[in-house]
Design a protein around this ligand. Structure first.
Ligand SMILES: [Fe+2]
Length: 260
């Protein structure tokens, strides 16, 4: 079985990259399941219903979120019907949504769990190590993918080793920069610190670079602006054998410097 995990889809150019390349990727790699982090899919923050439905139409089986889950308030209106959406399991308990979901695809029970990191984040999430222990008590899936939406690589690597042998893969999101540390850990869990962003290529993690430089150089809080640029796609391809063991993890980069 081949599972493609698409990294943080950012704004219209990110959605366009999926539109153009997902059918080609499916064909080239014989992909069975597509998962995507879509917390920034609508104008760079949050997810509206129209874009959620577009992703369903494009064949994305499960969608994960992160620290911007509720940036578009309309999510509160459709979250109960959004049965492909996985929000951070360790978000504040008063917030709605499902943090770990199982879906049967080609006879395999695929579980996806979304977790937020707590290091250098806004401090509102519960401890992700304790949260995933809760999920694992109930988990009987064949393949379990954890999207760890976190800032610090150290926290991500630590969770990867903590879960080694207990889940199928720990894939990082949130920093928008692909890390070249994809590997299979000693007890069989596939790991990568960050899958990277599917969005504007010439940008500072998706935002207009000049506005961010001004902000950083002069301390002026410039308004949030999505960069206008050609697109890039970042994804990670996981291959599983018939015993549900991950046998391969591969980075996929498409942009003007990495042609499809
Ligand atoms: Fe994020």
């Amino acid at each position: 079985m081949k599972i493609l995990f698409i990294g943080d889809v950012f704004a219209s150019i990110g959605r366009e990259m999926i539109d153009i390349y997902l059918p080609k990727l499916k064909q080239k790699y014989n992909i069975d399941v597509v998962i995507a982090n879509v917390e920034n899919a609508t104008h760079g923050k949050g997810l509206n219903k129209r874009h959620y439905e577009e992703f369903v139409f494009q064949g994305i089986s499960l969608m994960t979120m992160g620290n911007h889950t509720f940036a578009k308030k309309e999510l509160f209106d459709y979250i109960d019907e959004a049965d492909r959406l996985v929000v951070p399991y360790n978000q504040p308990q008063a917030l709605p949504g499902v943090g770990s979901r199982e879906m049967t695809i080609q006879g395999k029970r695929i579980r996806v769990t979304n977790l937020l990191g707590i290091t250098f984040m806004d401090g509102k999430a519960q401890n992700p190590f304790e949260a995933i222990d809760d999920v694992l008590k109930e988990d009987t899936s064949d393949i379990h993918i954890v999207d760890f939406h976190a800032e610090a690589t150290s926290e991500k690597i630590a969770l990867g080793y903590y879960l080694d042998g207990q889940v199928s893969a720990v894939l990082g999101t949130h920093t928008h920069v692909t890390t070249a540390d994809e590997k299979i850990l000693p007890k069989g869990t596939a790991y990568q610190s960050d899958v990277g962003m599917t969005g504007p290529y010439e940008s500072v993690i998706g935002c207009d670079k000049d506005a961010i430089i001004k902000r950083m150089k002069m301390g002026i809080m410039t308004p949030f602006q999505v960069a206008e640029s050609v697109g890039q796609l970042r994804a990670t391809l996981l291959t599983f054998d018939e015993k549900n063991k991950c046998t391969d993890i591969q980075r996929i980069c498409i942009d003007p410097d990495h042609h499809f």
